[in-house]
Design a protein around this ligand. Sequence first.
Ligand SMILES: Cc1cc2nc3c(=O)[nH]c(=O)nc-3n(C[C@H](O)[C@H](O)[C@H](O)COP(=O)(O)O)c2cc1C
Length: 265
Amino acid sequence: MKTTIYYFTGTGNSLATAKRIAGRLGECELIAIASLDGGQEKIKPDAKRIGIVCPVYDLGIPMMVHEFAERLDISEAEYCFGIVTMGGAGASALHILNDLIKENCRRGLDSGFTVKMPANFPPLFKPPQGETKDKILRKAEQKIDRIAEKIKDGKKDYPSFTPFSSLFLILTYSKFLKEVRGYDKDFIVKDNCNSCGTCSEVCPAENIVITDGKPEWEHKCEMCFACLHFCPVEAIQWGSRTEGRGRYKHPDLKIHDMKAQRGEE
Ligand SMILES: Cc1cc2nc3c(=O)[nH]c(=O)nc-3n(C[C@H](O)[C@H](O)[C@H](O)COP(=O)(O)O)c2cc1C
């Protein structure tokens, strides 16, 4: 059965997940959500099996994925799944994804899966390094393989959602949606910036312009932190909380993948 997987990634976890699932399923097309036009028309994939893979952001989904889900029409698909990659907690993100799609086309996801991967949010946590990181990635690969088997079998599998997480979600995710675009006002560029422009090249939202050799953010931020994690000299900080915190990228992720995500070769 032909499968189309839509993905969004900031630091490579979700792309690695999407690629591994695709490899296990065969006959699979990967489409970057960031490469789609920003219009209002419905998106109607012709594949019989549809997947969406993205990170959890503030217990929900990235804004770009949120807007995409509002346009996605899966009414004619035979099987649809969502996979969210996360640092620790995020089943609620699947419910948000499901509700948005259902509202749009009256058909929701058949299954939803969470995959714990290295957290990439240095304002709060030092991203895992060394053996700790490798262990998380190894376990994630095993889980992804089990998920692929379930998808192949057309299993219906959905994580439960408690009223407590629902309340928490309303507080955190609605604030995120309201404010995320402007979070980039807290990015700082240190004097060691070497004007390489990598930050601008990897940004999935094309939110960074280089002016007089330095990055400037244009307030359409997704808060994926790709700019901060990719900076080769760690010149980009977010407020005072990311200095010396370490950086993270999935080991397979290259600048080329981030450009491809925007539809560039
Ligand atoms: C803005 C932001 C918010 C996040 N919120 C959560 C969260 O609520 N729960 C969680 O488990 N992980 C959270 N994370 C961690 C990411 O979901 C996780 O590292 C994910 O695998 C990153 O995927 P990517 O590499 O494809 O971008 C957050 C990361 C960012 C950047």
